[in-house]
Design a protein around this ligand. Structure first.
Ligand code: CNA
Length: 271
């Protein structure tokens, strides 16, 4: 594995900045289940919610009719219960070392922020739990109030004080528009990305899944995932590197090859 990572190490040492594209797999080591891993993924464990189909739990039309399914799940996933992983702290270290260009994440767990990555580097392509609004009149509810509903008032659905519509966190459901920031930053970054690390994602949710594929063929791309996915499976370029490994394990090795392991340790200890 050390040898395979050498082109990435050299590219970083020569000053190339890294753009990350990531998904639920980077947070499984924090104890948050992903969607699609067999047996452990959320979709494999939704029987108790009696859904017509697994994705319904994140479908805006289904939510209008039956918000309880989402809120049952939200009580398990709500930020505050989980700590960032070594992978998340590596993102912060890349930022400190000034070799981070951007982090495009599908995750809604905000662990990148908790590890100390600044807002300017983060694109939460599917939104996050950071803000909450009424699905009808868009009136805001504070995250603290929503959290109280989830934690203290079991089985109660947060209702808008203005119009009595259902309130939900600003995570993007199937059938909803993606955040403007995704398009703005992608327009800014697309032609400048020289080095991309894609990790912990099945690359099945579009348009996010198509982003790594749109990179110019001269971009160095590294996939760290438990299974081959997307264009790394069907349309690999000769410069692509695929490591079917645990993402923490690979980033830790990358960190060692760059000679940064002591700094990573002290970053984690400090927290
Ligand atoms: P997914 O479809 O569940 O795919 C996860 C991928 O990660 C799979 O290919 C796994 O093989 C791989 N994987 C799992 N664990 C590891 C690991 N330790 N190291 C390397 N690879 C691993 O998830 P996607 O993110 O691709 O799907 C997009 C959805 C998932 C987004 O809309 C998210 O909002 C949503 N999601 C987010 C979270 C979270 O915020 N932590 C949790 C669950 C789902």
């Amino acid at each position: 594995m050390e040898q395979v990572l050498q082109p990435i190490v050299e590219a970083i040492k020569s000053g190339k900045k890294v753009t990350f594209f990531q998904g639920a797999g980077i947070s499984t080591n924090a104890g948050i289940p992903d969607f699609r891993s067999p047996k452990t993924g959320l979709y494999a464990n939704l029987a108790k919610l009696n859904l017509p189909y697994a994705e319904a739990v994140f479908d805006i039309d289904y939510f209008r009719e039956n918000p309880k399914a989402f809120y049952t799940l939200a009580s398990e996933l709500f930020p505050g219960k989980f700590m960032p992983t070594k992978y998340h702290y590596m993102l912060k270290l890349f930022q400190d070392k000034k070799v981070l260009k951007r982090v495009y994440t599908q995750n809604i767990d905000t662990l990148e922020r908790l590890a100390g990555v600044d807002d300017e580097f983060i694109v939460e392509a599917h939104g996050s739990f950071a803000n909450c609004h009424c699905i009808d009149c868009h009136n805001e509810m504070s995250t603290e109030e929503l959290k109280r509903h989830i934690n203290d008032k079991k089985d109660s659905i947060p209702i808008c004080a203005k119009c009595k519509g259902y309130v939900k966190p600003d995570i993007v459901f199937f059938g909803e528009a993606l955040p403007e920031k995704l398009f703005e930053k992608w327009d800014e970054d697309e032609d400048e990305i020289e080095l991309a690390i894609v990790a912990g994602t099945s690359l099945t949710v579009h348009p996010f899944a198509g982003l790594p594929e749109q990179l110019h063929r001269k971009t160095h791309r590294l996939l760290i995932n438990k299974e081959p996915v997307g264009s790394f499976k069907h349309n690999k370029s000769t410069k692509d590197i695929v490591l079917l490994e645990d993402c923490d394990k690979v980033l830790l090795l990358l960190c060692e090859l760059l000679g940064w392991e002591k700094e990573l340790e002290s970053l984690i200890e400090k927290d």
